[in-house]
Design a protein around this ligand. Structure first.
Ligand code: NAD
Length: 376
């Protein structure tokens, strides 16, 4: 048995079962990938399509499964029972798709590949709804929309919700306020030092601008040097080399670049009280590293709670009355309320916020399952 088969068997026999898993290969077009619908208790699986050069199929599949599970949690928390969308009868479960390979640059070939992939999404009949992620763009959404209606995130001028990144950043700001209150008894950013990894990115730049406007002192880093310099000049931020960002003395370390940044090497170097940013899969080994941060007295905001702003925005395209930014932003603001609730559970139960967050999401799914059962 090869490693790929081993991974598949491990998943199929584990306690947690996916709602649906599709492995796909189009030899003629040179594209392969997978769609994992993790859980549909709350509704169709919603999640972006990531297009990335994974070295092996196993890595692509493992990443897909983790990301799909995170989407289940993210949507259970982001669209709680008090959400504007859920009150209108719309909610979502978690899913994610991964296309394996270097994203094609040739426009004609890319279109052909995306049409073929969109036909696959369409064949699932709305049980999976997708959008933008790493390696895919708004233009790709427009291309896929020619084949399937089950892709969201069109530009606002085409009736969609537009780029989710600024809204993701806004959600991080709301989540940060809940964290600051828990640690410092005030939600004010005035004179708080925030270290932003990925300051030139779509989320990082908006976050830096917003926090600077609220009086925070920004320290940042990015491998995209010119863009980082530009934003640093604009908001008066200090830049440090990427590897030095972890040991900056600050109130908040905010990861907004890539996953796996909280690990055995980086956690001991942190000199902050809060870790909160938009990057997905921040903890290298989730349970162990969440506990390690807790032991160091650092409050870690789980990303599937704090980076839910973008997906809330996209999900609002499904509102029966059409997309309204006002309604979507009202739900993004609830990231703060949810945070307060989870932080209280984590204090009361003396458990890392990561565990409290998972517990809250699982409770919601369990309640929905119980309600869906026919009465005897
Ligand atoms: P992006 O590609 O626009 O930004 C990432 C930034 O990180 C880039 O400027 C890049 O140069 C920088 N970077 C890469 N490697 C680095 C390193 N070693 N050190 C410092 N900087 C580095 O991506 P984004 O859309 O802003 O997303 C950022 C993170 O947030 C990603 O992990 C993404 O999965 C997650 N996220 C994004 C959204 C969204 O709406 N965009 C939503 C949820 C989660």
């Amino acid at each position: 048995m090869n490693k790929f088969e081993q991974v598949l068997i491990e998943y199929l026999e584990s306690k947690h079962k996916f709602a649906q898993m599709v492995l796909w290969n189009d030899e003629k077009l040179g594209l392969e990938g997978s769609i994992i619908i993790d859980d549909t208790t709350l509704g169709p699986g919603l999640g972006g399509t990531r297009w990335c050069a994974y070295p092996t199929r196993t890595e692509a599949l493992v990443d897909n499964s983790r990301l799909a599970r995170d989407m289940t949690y993210k949507l259970a928390l982001a669209l709680g029972e008090d959400s504007e969308l859920v009150k209108a009868g719309v909610s979502f479960g978690g899913g994610k798709a991964v296309l394996r390979g270097e994203p094609t640059q040739d426009k004609g070939k890319r279109k052909e590949q995306l049409h073929a992939y969109a036909a696959l999404v369409d064949s699932i009949g709305g049980r999976f709804v997708t959008s933008i992620d790493v390696g895919t763009s708004v233009d790709d959404v427009i291309t896929m929309r020619e084949v399937t209606r089950w892709v969201m995130g069109l530009p606002q001028e085409m009736g969609g919700s537009g780029d989710p990144s600024p809204v993701t950043a806004m959600g991080v700001v709301w989540g940060l306020k809940a964290c600051l209150e828990a640690v410092y008894d005030t939600a004010s950013f005035k004179d708080r030092t925030i270290a932003i990894q990925g300051i030139a990115g779509k989320v990082g730049a908006t976050l830096a601008r917003t926090l600077a406007a609220e009086g925070a002192i920004i320290v940042g880093c990015d491998i995209h040097d010119a863009a980082a310099q530009e934003i640093a000049r604009e908001i008066g931020a200090k830049l440090v080399p990427p590897d030095e960002i972890y040991e900056q003395k600050c109130d908040v370390f905010s990861a907004n670049a890539f996953g796996g940044v909280l690990n055995d090497d980086t956690i001991p170097r942190l000199r902050c009280r809060i870790v909160a940013g938009a990057a997905n899969n921040q903890l290298w080994e989730p349970l162990r590293h969440a506990a390690m941060l807790q032991e160091r007295g650092i409050l870690h905001a789980p990303e599937f709670w704090i980076n839910g702003g973008g997906v809330i925005n996209v999900a609002h395209e499904f509102h029966p009355e059409g997309y309204s930014q006002e309604r979507a932003l009202a739900d993004v603001r609830r990231i703060y309320d949810r945070g307060k609730e989870m932080i209280e559970i984590s204090h009361k139960e003396k458990m890392p916020l990561y565990m409290a967050t998972i517990r809250l999401a699982e409770d919601r799914i369990r309640r929905a399952k119980a309600e869906a059962k026919p009465a005897n």
